[in-house]
Ligand binder design. Structure first.
Ligand SMILES: Nc1nc2c(ncn2[C@@H]2O[C@H](COP(=O)(O)OP(=O)(O)O)[C@@H](O)[C@H]2O)c(=O)[nH]1
Ligand SMILES: [Mg+2]
Length: 244
């Protein structure tokens, strides 16, 4: 401290202005969105695309056409004094064949694994996806198990809350039941994920590496579409710097 002061004639003044600059930089850093790559997984027709549509546009389409080409959507969300920008990767129906390339979830910081709470088989499928994520994805990935179609629970529930909650607890997952149709608890999925992600670590890492993207968006085009079928070997940016 004293060494710094003697090194600079305007030591006191510059250290206080440096502190002010640091505070301003910190405030600025908080304003800068922290990008979080989030992938959706789960059996076809459980409502993955509908959950995203509800979260991003606050809409619901009754007979939603299956996603053509994979969608890449973004949505910002504020948590305390931080802004999180979710980069959401929705599938193009490859989940029907369980053929999602690992590049889809590579580098994801978060995953929503959805099932349809009227269909017990879809919970089994969700468990298989969780296993795959735990085996292949980033070891710190935050996974939320979501039982969708809560609006049908009173008439057609096939999976009890207790069963799914117990499985989520033993596997270390967040767990929520939600309805893309009514919107109930959809925001909560993303808020709970944001709370569990080590945002400070993520922001610091981004600053260190100078990365601005959640990584893995190497296949994203300006149209917001990504080709998930592309060869993973070719999926990195030209500088090979797509991974974070
Ligand atoms: N009742 C009800 N239907 C839903 C809900 N979410 C999605 N759906 C319907 O389920 C079907 C499949 O939805 P979609 O989002 O395409 O599923 P995805 O294949 O997992 O992306 C569509 O007909 C949706 O309208 C929900 O919360 N409640
Ligand atoms: Mg879909």
């Amino acid at each position: 401290m004293s060494a710094a002061r003697s090194a600079s004639p305007a030591g006191a003044a510059s250290s206080s202005s440096a502190a002010a600059a640091a505070a301003a930089a910190a405030a600025q850093a908080n304003l800068k969105p922290i990008q979080v790559k989030l992938v959706l997984l789960g059996e076809a027709a459980v409502g993955k695309s509908s959950l995203v549509l509800r979260f991003v546009n606050n809409e619901f389409q009754e007979n939603k056409e299956p996603t053509i080409g994979a969608a890449f959507l973004t949505q910002k969300c504020k948590l305390d004094d931080k802004i999180i920008k979710f980069e959401i990767w929705d599938t193009a129906g490859q989940e029907r064949f369980h053929s999602l390339a690992p590049m889809y979830y590579r580098n994801a910081q978060a995953a929503v694994v959805a099932y349809d709470l009227t269909k017990p088989a879809s919970l089994e499928k969700a468990k298989a996806w969780v296993k795959e994520l735990q085996r292949q994805a980033n070891p710190n990935i935050v996974i939320a198990l979501v039982g969708n179609k809560l609006d049908l629970a009173s008439t057609a529930r096939g999976v009890s809350t207790e069963e799914a909650q117990a499985y989520a607890n033993e596997s270390g997952l967040l767990f929520l039941e939600a309805s893309a149709k009514t919107g109930e608890f959809v925001m909560d999925i993303f808020t709970e994920i944001a709370k569990k992600i080590p945002l400070d670590t993520l922001a610091a890492a981004r600053q260190r590496t100078g990365l601005t993207s959640g990584g893995g968006a190497g296949g994203a085009s300006s149209s917001g579409r990504v080709d998930l079928n592309q060869n993973p070997a070719n999926s990195q940016g030209a500088d090979g710097n797509c991974a974070c």
